[in-house]
Design a protein around this ligand. Structure first.
Ligand code: ADP
Length: 453
């Protein structure tokens, strides 16, 4: 544009020219003016193009700037996001480390408790393989650390094969079954009690725990108590028997006549003395059972005759209490049994006396002799007060008397059934009962048939 050609600025040739000169000059002028017009036109077009290009370039620059801004913004956002993620990751790592540390502390605490536990502990995993042994076990079974480590991973069947651990074989036939307070001993002085518990986690069984508790001290105290009761009962027996015979002589008139009032008092004293003798006999029986001193003299006996005779001894007592007492033989042939007569009589007496004691007047007592799976069976059923359901599992426990029985009959030691169970089991038999509280009770026991020689 600066170079645009101005037609007025073109210099004119000098005057006085010929007509030819004149026309050629005009012609040139026309050409010049045409050139100028063209130039002007080209100039305009150029200007328009330049303007258009400039606009386009500006737009492009603006777009580029916008895009740059957007990208920069996105980049900044991404950087911020990744920074956040990094921080979150760091926090997570810190939390995990914290959790790991706490889990480790808990584990250490648990291990310290197990290690210092007063009982021996052996933990078997869910596949019944030994996973943990505490030092108390090493101490009880006199094994060293290396030996105890060697047992890890083994099953109970492998462990009981290891000589120092073999006393556990008394309890486990080969598998790790659930047991509760089963006793075993390592030598004369030590008695242990083993229990096996299933350990359950939130997702089910995680393993099994074998707990071994030293009960040697309790056993020793128990033994001393039994010995004391045994000595006391023996010492009491002689003077009490002397009282009995003296009273008997007076009552029989051997020492001269007595009046009715004296007889009444002496009768009561005689009965009280009899109860004392029974108590002493029960105590002596219990101590013999506990010390394993009970001696049995089994003979082949006619059990029907024994029981029939015994029941008839109680007929008077039943009548006095207005109770109906019957004996029945349920099958024609009773299996022959080999029994200690006195002891089996004691069992039947205990059961019949209980039925008489715990059946209110007007009730019935049925004694039945029968057979079950080749065994002789004796049943004593009554329509009495029954045994409360919640106390039935303690019925054969020493000194146990149920609340309703204490109320119905103040006299009683709670030893009769304990003795009866021991005697029956010593004969290879079994004693059991069913009771409908408030209505009826049936005790029964079976005795295996005598082996034919
Ligand atoms: P005792 O009769 O001296 O209390 P036992 O050992 O013979 O002791 O019986 C223990 C307990 O069993 C009794 O105290 C009583 O609670 C319950 N019992 C035994 N026999 C019967 C029965 N026939 N009916 C109801 N309860 C009975």
């Amino acid at each position: 544009m600066d170079k645009a050609i101005d037609s007025n600025s073109i210099p004119l040739p000098p005057a006085k020219q010929s007509p030819e000169d004149q026309s050629s000059r005009e012609c040139e002028l026309a050409k010049l003016s045409e050139i100028r017009a063209r130039l002007e036109e080209a100039n305009g077009v150029l200007e328009i193009r330049i303007n258009a290009k400039t606009r386009a370039l500006r737009e492009l620059a603006a777009n580029l700037e916008k895009e740059m801004k957007e990208r920069t913004e996105e980049l900044r956002r991404k950087v911020a996001e990744s920074e956040n993620s990094r921080v979150a990751l760091m926090n997570m790592l810190e939390d995990m480390e914290d959790l790991r540390r706490r889990a480790e502390e808990e584990r250490e605490k648990t291990m310290a408790i197990i290690a210092n536990f007063s009982d021996g502990l052996m933990f078997f995993d869910a596949r019944d393989r030994l996973a943990l042994v505490n030092p108390r076990i090493e101490n009880y079974f006199s094994i060293n650390k290396a030996e105890s480590k060697n047992m890890i991973g083994g099953r109970i069947s492998d462990i009981i094969r290891f000589a120092p651990m073999s006393p556990l074989g008394e309890i486990f036939a080969g598998s790790l079954e659930h047991i509760s307070r089963r006793e075993f001993s390592l030598n004369e002085k030590t008695v242990f009690e083993a229990s096996v518990l299933e350990v359950a986690g939130r997702v089910g069984k995680i393993g099994t725990l074998l707990i071994i508790h030293d009960i040697s001290r309790e056993k020793m105290v128990e033994k001393m108590k039994t010995e004391f009761v045994s000595i006391a009962a023996h010492q009491l027996r002689t003077p009490i028997s002397a009282i009995k015979w003296t009273l008997r002589m007076i009552l029989d008139g051997d020492l001269g006549p007595i009046n009715d009032e004296q007889r009444e008092f002496l009768d009561k004293t005689y009965k009280s003395n009899e109860r004392m003798i029974n108590l002493i006999n029960d105590l002596l029986n219990v101590t013999r059972i506990e010390e394993g001193r009970q001696v049995y003299n089994p003979v082949v006996a006619d059990i029907e005759e024994v029981i029939r005779g015994l029941v008839s001894n109680y007929e008077d007592m039943a009548r006095q209490k207005n109770l109906h007492l019957t004996f029945e033989k349920a099958v024609p042939v009773i299996p022959t049994v080999k029994i200690d007569l006195e002891k089996i009589k004691l069992v039947v007496s205990n059961l019949v006396e209980n039925a008489l004691k715990y059946t209110p007047a007007g009730g019935k007592i049925f004694v039945t002799l029968g057979e079950e799976d080749g065994n002789a069976m004796v049943e004593v059923a009554d329509t009495g007060i029954g045994i409360p359901a919640e106390q039935q599992d303690r019925i054969f426990t020493k000194y146990f008397r149920s609340a309703n029985a204490i109320k119905a009959e103040t006299e009683g030691t709670g030893l009769g059934l304990f003795i009866a169970k021991n005697i029956v089991e010593a004969h290879g038999g079994e004693i059991r009962f069913v009771s409908d509280p408030g209505r009826a009770t049936k005790f029964s026991f079976i005795l295996p048939p005598a082996e034919s020689d």
